[in-house]
Structure formats: structure tokens, C-alpha cells
Design a protein around this ligand. Structure first.
Ligand code: HSE
Length: 289
């Protein structure tokens, strides 16, 4: 028996919801898995160059974690993966691989683990619940994790909402982007972020587009990461004045995204503006709707 899964990429934080909010994107990874005589891992597509194809492969290791937890032994696997998700750009490529591996391995042995259990396992592996939550449940998710248990609420984002991602041609590791953050935050900045993050969840649930620009502001991580992504600070300020409903750094970056109303007629001007701003800071980028 062969199992096939299709997993969405994701954007995390959406501004204020650091390590908490996530949203699935229409960009996918595809994984096939079956039991084999001897382990064989085949990777397709330009985005997976350099990923190991032996038993140190993430998909293989995560699958073994599922088998261990379920008390079954399947040491040899045939795995094939194709991904549309560029690596280390803030689009949740590792989270989508982890979710794909968990779901495929669980399915292969008759789904003994619940979806909630898979979410907790994924969060333990990824160390934050935002991207894995969005990849596993789809839509917009608000999550919380205390190191042991992961909780979430899924909201279907309003259909009129489109996402424009501007993906610079350079990789930024999550660990480097996390090292840029302060260890301690002022009470004022904490309140600033909690209130915006709460407002954002409510605004998405209620379809209040008019609140998104204010709700997506952040003082916890984006100001500290701005130096790592030239042009980002300017885009975050300007995008809401140029047709975006709101804008944020996608996850740990370097991708920057704008939420746009499907019927916004300045869409293409906004796209050009974001690309040109990156370019004026020396960054080539691709855009993705
Ligand atoms: N919440 C995480 C961060 C997402 O911003 O570091 C990383 O993909």
C-alpha cells in the first residue's frame, strides 16, 4: 500500500502573532511513502537540491518517530517528495515536510495517532506551533504551545483575501533570524503585541478588513529583523497606503507578504512597488499570488 499526501506551505506570525499565528498558502509539497525492502528516497524539483537521501533525511526520521510512538517497526521505506516551496525563505518548507511525513507515516499504519497528537509531535520537532498548525489544519490558525501540549483554533479566512508574497533571492535561516531578537521585551511592547494579535484574530474571524493594517503591526520581532531584510521596513509602512490590507514579514523571513482584497484594483501597482523597493535595496525577488 502506498500513501500520498499534499501539504500546504504556510506563513507564520502575520505581524504580531509571533510563534502563534499561521496561515496556509496555496503552494504545496507532495510526499509518497510505502514500506520497502531497502530505504530509497527520491527528491524531485529544484527546491530540494542538497537535501539528504539517506536515513538522515527529515521525512524518514519523522516517519520513524510516528512508528516508534505507535509501537510498530518499519525500518525500510520508499519515499518520494516533490516541493513547490522554496527553502529557508519564511514559507514554512520544513513544517510542510514534517507534517507530510507525520500524516503519511500515520496513514501507512492505519492512522493510530489523532490529528491533535500529530500537531503536538510536529510542534515538538519544529519548536514552534505556527507553521505546522497551518500546514496540518489549513486556513488561518491561532495556536499556543507550552512545551508539552499544543492548542489551536482554526478559522477559515475570508474568501476575498489574497496573499501576495515577495520572495527575495537569498536564504535566511530561522536560527539566524531568531538570534536577532531581544531576550526581554518591555511591558509596553508586550501589550502592543498582545492587543494587535487579539485584534487580528478577531478581524480575520469577523471579516473586518478595515482593521488588518492596524492589527498586523508588531514590536516583537519585525523591527529587530529589519536589518536582515533590506527594504522590509519601508514595505511594511507603505504597503497599506498602496492597496494592501496589511503586510508582514513571512515567518522568520526573508519573504515579505501583503494581504490584498481580491478585487483591489491597485494590485499590480502594489506588486511592482514591493519588487522595486526590494530592488532599490539591492535585492532581486520573485512574486507569488
Ligand atoms: N515564528 C517563527 C519565527 C517562524 O518567526 O521565528 C519561523 O518560521
Amino acid at each position: 500500500n502506498i500513501v500520498r499526501v499534499k501539504v500546504p506551505a504556510s506563513t507564520a506570525n502575520l505581524g504580531p502573532g509571533f510563534d502563534s499565528l499561521g496561515m496556509a498558502l496555496t503552494l504545496y509539497s507532495y510526499i509518497e511513502m510505502q514500506q520497502a525492502e531497502e530505504t530509497c528516497i527520491v527528491l524531485h524539483g529544484e527546491h530540494l537540491d542538497g537535501i539528504p537521501t539517506d536515513k538522515s533525511n527529515l521525512i524518514y526520521k519523522v516517519a520513524q518517530r510516528v512508528f516508534e510512538e505507535a509501537g510498530v517497526e518499519i525500518p525500510e521505506l520508499s519515499i518520494s517528495m516533490y516541493s513547490e516551496v522554496p527553502l529557508t525563505r519564511g514559507l514554512g518548507s520544513s513544517a510542510s515536510a514534517i507534517i507530510g511525513a507525520l500524516v503519511a507515516a500515520n496513514e501507512l499504519i492505519g492512522s493510530p495517532l489523532s490529528k491533535d497528537r500529530l500537531f503536538t509531535l510536529a510542534t515538538q520537532i519544529e519548536k514552534h506551533p505556527d507553521n505546522v498548525g497551518a500546514s496540518l489544519f489549513g486556513g488561518f490558525v491561532a495556536t499556543a504551545w507550552d512545551g508539552d501540549n499544543a492548542h489551536y483554533v482554526k478559522i477559515d479566512p475570508p474568501k476575498e483575501l489574497e496573499i501576495l508574497a515577495v520572495i527575495p533571492h537569498f536564504q535566511l535561516s530561522t536560527s539566524k533570524a531568531r538570534e536577532a531578537l531581544p531576550k526581554v521585551l518591555s511591558l509596553q511592547d508586550a501589550v502592543y503585541n498582545i492587543s494587535r494579535s487579539s485584534l487580528l484574530v478577531g478581524a480575520v474571524a469577523a471579516g473586518r478588513y478595515d482593521l488588518l493594517a492596524a492589527a498586523m503591526r508588531d514590536r516583537l520581532h519585525q523591527p529587530y529583523r529589519a536589518e536582515l531584510v533590506p527594504g522590509m521596513a519601508e514595505i511594511l509602512e507603505q504597503a497599506p497606503l498602496r492597496g494592501a490590507l496589511g503586510a508582514s514579514l513571512s515567518g522568520a523571513g526573508p519573504t515579505v507578504l501583503a494581504l490584498v482584497h481580491r478585487e483591489e484594483d491597485q494590485k499590480h501597482e502594489l506588486e511592482n512597488y514591493m519588487l522595486q523597493t526590494m530592488k532599490s535595496h539591492g535585492l532581486e525577488a520573485d512574486t507569488l499570488w
